[in-house]
Design a protein around this ligand. Structure first.
Ligand code: FEO
Length: 396
């Protein structure tokens, strides 16, 4: 992908990874991704903001060559994770004399992860300003978006905020700007759920700082650029708020159909009572879809048969994921089936314990659900509905 002009002297020069389908050997990428890097040319100095996944450094260099770049004075490193920092050693080798501009914590991580010598780094404090001649970059520390060293840069004269992973989306597209807001919203929400949500309570202060800056453009390091910043700022304010929606996430796995009978009855009753249900079969689910559904849900229903004395491994994975990404759920319940007992409920409750949820009484049928089991499911639906009504008195 050729370099793309954002403003005179400010170009997007990163790489698009159209075909990548898995990130960190963990996160599905149904739409690929991009590693955005930005070239900012002042009257005196040239800064490269972040780099790209090392395997695509050739694309970055082709873009810099196309712009006729012979010298880079500064490589601003917002974040030491290798999809943005991994090409820094190659950049330093190609442009001798360039300095990595970053914070101390990031320099330490670059040293341990990539063997970038600390002598190659110029350490800046929070709020420092780097003068490029007619243009200046102000650094804003933003720990835990999503590592402890992360920071933003604000190109003050052009009102462009570079936020690295914050506001990013795994969305490979040839379109520079996020004008297709429906599709970008879904990709950005998936990205938030998978990457940012565990630290959501830290983000209010960053969102306030960004509001005060009033940037005209927000340029993250994955996915398209926002030239209507309020679109992504409003989305993040909603996702990071403490407000849950009238939604129940029903994540199930069934081996011989008994658990599915319980699930079908519960979903039917919840829907009848006006609850927005999102149901996923854990045997086939893309975990990104599950993570997205956890952003807003008030209740998690985890349904599993008992296998070898415990939950189905797919249910263990889902419970572990929910515990790790820390959604703003309020309630959870475990339902399912068993043949002769086991530790299914205790195991799953243990994995969810860190979320400090109200756990409703579990419902485990012995084999095929009886009429009494199904009536208990109906009562569970009523309990969930009453809790939701208390959270959302207007029925929102
Ligand atoms: Fe896109 Fe945390 O790296």
């Amino acid at each position: 992908m050729a370099p793309r002009k954002i403003k005179p002297g400010v170009h997007s020069v990163g790489a698009i990874d159209w075909d990548r389908r898995l990130f960190d050997s963990l996160i599905p990428l149904p739409l690929g991704t991009s590693y955005n890097a930005y070239l900012v040319q002042g009257q005196d100095k040239v800064a490269l903001i972040d780099t790209v996944e090392p395997g695509l450094a050739k694309d970055l260099f082709a873009n810099l060559d196309e712009l006729g770049v012979k010298k880079i004075d500064y490589v601003v490193c917002h974040h030491a994770e290798q999809d943005h920092s991994g090409s820094i050693p190659a950049v330093l080798a190609r442009y001798p004399g360039s300095k990595v501009v970053t914070n101390q914590k990031c320099a330490d991580l670059l040293s341990s992860h990539l063997r970038v010598p600390t002598t190659a780094c110029e350490i800046v404090p929070d709020g420092a300003v780097l003068d490029l001649g007619g243009r200046s970059l102000q650094f804003i520390f933003a720990p835990w978006v999503h590592w402890p060293e992360t920071m933003f840069s604000y190109l003050r004269e052009d009102k462009i905020l570079f936020t690295c992973d914050f506001f990013g989306s795994h969305f490979a597209t040839g379109t520079l700007y996020a004008d297709d807001e429906h599709h970008v919203y879904l990709s950005a929400k998936r990205y938030y759920a998978e990457i940012m949500m565990p630290f959501r309570q830290k983000y209010g202060v960053y969102l306030q700082k960004i509001d005060a800056l009033a940037p005209e453009i927000i340029a993250p390091s994955h996915g398209p650029i926002y030239r209507r910043p309020e679109f992504i700022l409003d989305a993040y304010k909603d996702w990071t708020s403490d407000t849950v929606k009238n939604e129940a996430l029903v994540a199930y796995v069934s081996m011989h159909g008994s658990t599915k009978i319980m699930v079908d009855r519960l979903v039917d009753r919840l829907v009848t009572q006006g609850i927005n249900v999102k149901q996923f079969d854990l045997a086939t689910i893309d975990i990104g879809e599950l993570a997205m559904a956890l952003v807003d849900a008030a209740t998690l229903v985890l349904a599993t048969p008992t296998v070898l004395n415990g939950p189905h491994p797919a249910a263990v994975y889902a419970a572990y994921l929910a515990g790790a990404i820390k959604p703003k759920l309020r309630h959870a319940v475990i339902i399912g089936s068993q043949a002769w007992g086991g530790k299914t409920v205790d195991t799953l409750k243990g994995l969810l314990a860190g979320l400090k949820l109200e756990m409703f009484d579990p419902l485990m049928s012995k084999g095929l659900p009886t009429s009494e089991d199904l009536l208990a499911v109906d009562r569970l639906a009523e309990t969930i509905q009453s809790r939701h009504a208390a959270l959302m008195p207007t029925g929102a």
